[in-house]
Design a protein around this ligand. Structure first.
Ligand code: FCB
Length: 484
């Protein structure tokens, strides 16, 4: 896959270049340090739920390799690192007593990052709900949102103003619909009504957490949420196809954007989902809490989708980040008459189509709708079949081309007036790709899972060059490879 966009586009002087990971995907040490079980421990240890039965028990062993991993980031020249806190590591049952050893782990990590000149961007929830809370109803019940608020407060007290940017939730779309509707993610429930209740309780959890963080750290405390907004296009201009696109936009994007940024649920959602739920879980005053103003909006972007009116095939989970293993149950609650069409290539090893223009379109739409809200691309990247050479080096030209074109797309959006403050490559290192286990590699650093050894890929050297020059390097800019 060759690059399709020009080299050399320059970025604003204070633009933040980072990389992203998530606790369950890299830490391992699942039963160490006083950590309690999460829904992903339970799910991944259940036969048939993940490819090859992979679990995050060891993952990239980051828990035991923090100094080495921070040194790696320093060698890359990163300005920021987006990590997530494992809720059950710091509060084993999700309520009540906190685990000092878990809190100390993140406090130490944050100190080390700052000492290395790297700004910590901290996500409070990247999908690893304490199992005890799931046993009490998980995101389908309101109490989970309230527990999340108290957990956020404690983290704010412990990490305080050392955190450059707080992110309450990562991709609540996945937590709600993949967790409770299609069931391809933990906790593996397949119930549309449960998924919509989860949508609301995740929104409420977000709002409560923003308020708790600001209560502890002051009204200026920098807080965000990260959404995986879906860029979906209608196959034709036929009203039925346009309606299919609208329906998907509503259920995928608007049920998060509108409550969080405008204080209301989208108008058509009640009618679209009337056969599933009456939304009586929304209580008076909730939307006020949910729309507490944000400092920035995090955007994760990988690919695009295309729909038309029709009957979906059984197991049609849709494209892109949503396809995360197909299921007999659709994640698209209330969209029984929407058909997803295959997207033209090229595709990544996830089967996701590569379309950098989708990122430009998304950022510009957000600029138009919320002009005062700064944006940050909190994830973007690609899995490819990496083949190490005899020296263990990975010449991942396809990943470089993908990053090259998407970074240029961000630059194009900035030049067109989008206020984008940073970009975080997914991911710093190969890791546990949820239901796909270790079969999909997204890292710019290779991880040998047998030994834990880290080897920067060519894309890491390319990314370091991007950070160093603050302009898009040519795809072949980087020899020799980065060494740590
Ligand atoms: C996103 C997730 C992230 C990773 C990438 C590939 O949906 O936030 O953890 O799995 O997809």
């Amino acid at each position: 896959m060759p690059a399709t966009r020009p080299d050399g586009r320059a970025f604003p002087a204070d633009f933040l270049w980072g990389s992203a990971t998530a606790a369950y995907q890299i830490e391992g040490a699942a039963d160490e340090g006083g950590r309690g079980p999460s829904i992903w421990d339970t799910f991944s240890r259940t036969p048939g739920k993940t490819l090859d039965g992979d679990t995050g028990d060891v993952a990239a062993d980051h828990y035991h390799r923090v100094p080495e991993d921070v040194a790696l980031m320093q060698a890359l020249g990163l300005g920021a690192y987006r990590l997530s806190v494992s809720w059950p590591r710091v509060q084993p049952t999700g309520q009540g007593a906190f685990n000092d050893e878990g809190l100390a782990f993140y406090s130490d990590l944050v100190d080390r990052l700052i000492a290395a000149g790297i700004k910590p961007v901290v996500t409070l929830y990247h999908w690893d709900l304490p199992q005890a809370l799931e046993d009490a109803g998980g995101w389908t019940v309101r109490a989970t949102a309230e527990h999340f608020g108290r957990y956020a407060r404690r983290l704010a007290e412990v990490l305080g103003d050392r955190v450059h940017l707080w992110t309450t939730l990562n991709e609540p779309w996945c937590s709600a619909y993949l967790g409770y509707a299609s069931g391809v993610h933990a906790p593996g429930v397949t119930d549309g009504a449960a998924a919509l209740a989860a949508v609301h309780h995740l929104n409420l959890a977000h709002g409560l957490a923003v308020r708790e963080i600001r209560d502890v750290l002051g009204a200026d405390a920098p807080v965000s949420i990260t959404l995986n907004l879906h860029v979906t296009r209608a196959a034709t201009d036929d009203p039925a196809d346009l309606d299919a696109k609208d329906r998907i936009d509503t259920i995928a994007n608007e049920v998060f954007l509108q409550p969080i940024l405008e204080g209301r649920y989208p108008e058509r959602v009640a009618a679209d989902t009337a056969s599933v739920t009456d939304w009586s879980f929304v209580q008076s005053g909730d939307l006020e809490i949910i729309r507490t103003p944000l400092t920035q909006l995090g955007v994760n972007y990988y690919s695009t989708g295309r729909v038309r009116a029709g009957t979906p095939a059984v197991g049609d989970g849709g494209p892109g980040p949503d396809g995360h293993r197909s299921s007999a149950h659709s994640p698209w609650v209330g969209a029984d008459r929407v058909e997803w069409l295959p997207q033209p290539g090229p595709h990544t090893a996830m089967g996701w189509n590569i379309e950098p223009k989708g990122l430009v379109d998304l950022l510009l739409e957000l600029r138009d709708r919320y002009p005062a809200l700064p944006l940050v691309v909190t994830e973007n990247g690609a899995a490819f079949e990496d083949v190490p050479d005899a020296d263990g080096r990975v010449h991942d030209v396809e990943r470089i081309a993908y990053l090259h074109d998407h970074v240029d797309a961000v630059g194009e959006a900035i030049e067109a007036g989008a206020d984008v403050r940073g970009y975080f490559v997914w991911s710093l290192m190969d890791n546990f790709e949820w239901a796909y286990g270790y079969s999909r590699r997204f890292g710019i650093v290779r991880v040998d899972y047998a030994t834990g050894e880290r080897t920067p890929k060519d894309s890491a050297a390319w990314y370091a060059e991007l950070v160093r020059t603050n302009a898009v390097p040519p795809v072949d800019a980087v020899v020799p490879a980065l060494t740590v």
